[in-house]
Write a protein that binds this ligand. Structure first.
Ligand code: ADP
Length: 465
C-alpha cells in the first residue's frame, strides 16, 4: 500500500474514532445530567402540588371533591387521587389512569413524529404517594399518578434532539476537515519521499548529477534529502577520481614504458649496443617504473585503510636528527644549507618507518624546489599533547591556486613540471594519508618565489588509534 494512502487512512480512522468517542461520552453525560435535572424539577413540582392540595384540604375541612383537584391534574398532566387513612378513595381527578396514560402518550407521539423520530416507548404508569397533614398528623394520602418519562417535556425533547444533531453535524464537519488535512499532510510527506527515491534510483543507474530538489519544512525529510545529495556528490567525486586515476596511472606508466620499448627496439635493430652502460640506462628506467608501482600501491593501500601499523615508543628527537644527517651529504653536494632546532628527548608512540617516510618525502621535496643559496630549516617541539614539526625552505614556492590541490594524488604544479623534477605527484598524498592514519594533520604555507613551510602536528600517543 502506498505511504500516502496508508497515512490518510490512519489519520481518518483516528479522527473518526476520536469523534465517535467524544460524541458518545459528551452526549451520554450531558443527556444523563439533563435527565437528572428534569426529574429533580418534577419532584419539586410534585412537592408544590402536595403543599397546595394540603392547604386546600385544611381549608375545606378535609372535604375535597373531584372538581377541587381536577384543575391541578389537568394543568400538570397527572392523575390525582385522595385516599383516607383506611385506604378508601375520597376523591380523584376525573381523568382515569388509563386515559391519562394514553392522553400523555398521544401528546408525546405527536411531538416525536414532528421531530422525525419513531419513538414507540410509551413509558410506564407510576403512582407516588404523599401524606396530607392536618393538625400535625397525617390525615389522608395524596396519590399522584404519572408516566415515568413525563419529565421529558416537548422543549426538553427539542433540546435533547438539538444536542444530538449538533454532535452529528460537528462530527461530519470535523471528519470532512480531517480528511482534507490528512490528504494534504500525507501528500506533503510522501511527495518529497518519492522525489528522494527517484533521485536515489537515478544515481543507482549511474546518473551521478541527479540531485533532490525539494522544499520541505520537515526536519527529517530535509536531512534525508541532504544525505542523498551528499551521497550523490560523493559518488560523483569518486567516479571522477576513478576516471582521473585511471588516466593518470596510464599516463605515468606510458612514459617510462615507451622509453624502455624504444631502447629495446633500438638494441634489436642493432642501432644501440646492449653493453653495460646502455643496460644500466634500461635498469634505471625499470627502477623508476618499480618506484612508481610501489608508490601507487602505497597510495591506494593507505586510501583503503589497509595499512599495517607497527607502533612503538621511540625518541622522535634523535630519529629526526638521524634523518637529517642522512640528507646532509646531498645538501652539501648542492651547496644548500640544512639547519635545525630540535627539542631534546621527546618520545612518541607511532610507526617508526612511516614517520621516516613522512620526513623523507618532505625533505626530498624541499631539495627539488631549491634554487641557489637554497636553505631548509627543520624544527621539532612539543605543544600540549602534540609534537610539532616544521620543514621550511626558501625555494620556488607554490602558487596560491595550487595550494589546495598539492595533497591530491598525481597533482603536480606547472613549476614542478617545468623543472622536470621527475616527481609523480604521489609523494604529498601519501605523506598526508600517513599523518592522518596517526590522527595528525599537515598544513602548508607558501609564497611564490619566497619559499614553502610544511607544519605537521602529531599526537604524542597514537597507540589508541
Ligand atoms: P612530486 O612527486 O611531484 O613532488 P608531491 O605530491 O610530493 O609530488 O608534490 C606535489 C606538488 O606540490 C609538486 O609537484 C610541487 O608542485 C608541489 N610541492 C611540493 N613540495 C614543494 C616545495 N617544497 N616547494 C615547492 N613546491 C612543492
Amino acid at each position: 500500500m502506498k505511504l500516502s494512502k496508508k497515512l490518510t487512512l490512519s489519520f481518518v480512522l483516528v479522527i473518526l474514532f476520536s469523534i465517535f468517542i467524544i460524541s458518545l461520552i459528551s452526549n451520554t453525560m450531558i443527556s444523563n445530567r439533563f435527565d437528572t435535572y428534569l426529574i429533580e424539577e418534577q419532584e419539586k413540582r410534585f412537592e408544590i402540588i402536595r403543599k397546595d392540595i394540603n392547604n386546600l384540604f385544611i381549608e375545606r375541612n378535609r372535604n375535597l371533591t373531584n372538581d377541587d383537584i381536577a384543575s391541578y391534574a389537568d394543568r400538570e398532566g397527572i392523575y390525582i387521587e385522595i385516599r383516607d387513612l383506611n385506604n378508601n378513595m375520597v376523591c380523584h381527578s376525573n381523568n382515569h389512569s388509563r386515559g391519562l396514560r394514553y392522553g400523555i402518550m398521544g401528546h408525546m407521539k405527536r411531538h416525536h413524529r414532528m421531530m422525525g423520530h419513531n419513538l414507540d416507548n410509551r413509558g410506564n404508569y407510576i403512582e407516588k404517594t404523599f401524606p396530607l397533614i392536618s393538625d400535625d398528623r397525617e390525615a389522608a394520602t395524596l396519590v399522584i399518578g404519572y408516566i415515568d418519562n413525563s419529565h421529558l417535556t416537548e422543549s426538553a425533547l427539542i433540546f435533547k434532539n438539538t444536542l444530538y444533531r449538533s454532535f452529528i453535524i460537528s462530527g461530519l464537519i470535523t471528519t470532512l476537515f480531517g480528511v482534507m488535512i490528512s490528504v494534504l499532510l500525507a501528500r506533503g510527506l510522501s511527495r518529497p519521499l518519492l522525489n528522494i527515491t527517484n533521485t536515489a534510483n537515478e544515481i543507482r543507474k549511474g546518473n551521478m548529477q541527479s540531485r533532490v530538489l525539494i522544499r520541505s519544512n520537515t526536519k527529517e525529510i530535509v536531512e534525508l534529502s541532504n544525505s542523498i545529495n551528499y551521497l550523490g556528490e560523493a559518488l560523483e567525486k569518486q567516479e571522477n577520481l576513478r576516471k582521473r586515476y585511471a588516466s593518470d596511472i596510464a599516463h605515468e606508466l606510458r612514459t617510462p614504458l615507451t622509453t624502455l620499448k624504444s631502447h629495446v627496439e633500438a638494441m634489436i635493430d642493432r642501432v644501440w649496443k646492449p653493453d653495460e652502460e646502455n643496460l644500466n640506462i634500461l635498469l634505471a628506467e625499470i627502477h623508476e617504473l618499480n618506484k612508481l608501482v610501489d608508490d601507487l600501491k602505497n597510495s591506494f593501500q593507505t586510501l583503503e585503510g589497509q595499512m599495517n601499523m607497527n607502533k612503538t615508543l621511540f625518541d622522535i628527537s634523535s630519529e629526526i636528527k638521524d634523518i637529517i644527517s642522512t640528507f646532509k651529504p646531498i645538501f652539501e653536494k648542492n651547496r644548500y644549507a640544512l639547519e635545525y632546532a630540535i627539542e631534546k628527548n621527546i618520545e612518541i608512540t607511532m610507526d617508526r618507518d612511516r614517520f621516516r617516510q613522512i620526513i623523507y618525502n618532505l625533505l626530498s621535496n624541499s631539495i627539488k624546489y631549491l634554487d641557489d643559496n637554497g636553505k631548509v630549516f627543520v624544527s621539532l617541539d612539543r605543544v600540549d599533547d602534540n609534537i610539532r614539526i616544521t620543514i621550511e625552505d626558501n625555494g620556488v614556492g607554490i602558487e596560491k591556486k595550487d595550494l589546495p590541490l598539492i595533497f591530491e594524488r598525481f597533482y603536480r604544479s606547472d613549476t614542478s613540471r617545468n623543472r622536470k623534477t621527475g616527481g609523480t605527484g604521489l609523494g604529498l598524498s601519501i605523506t598526508k594519508t600517513l599523518i592522518e592514519a596517526h590522527k595528525g594533520s599537515i598544513f602548508v604555507d607558501s609564497t611564490l618565489g619566497k619559499g614553502t613551510k610544511f607544519t605537521i602536528l602529531l599526537p604524542i600517543d597514537t597507540s589508541n588509534y
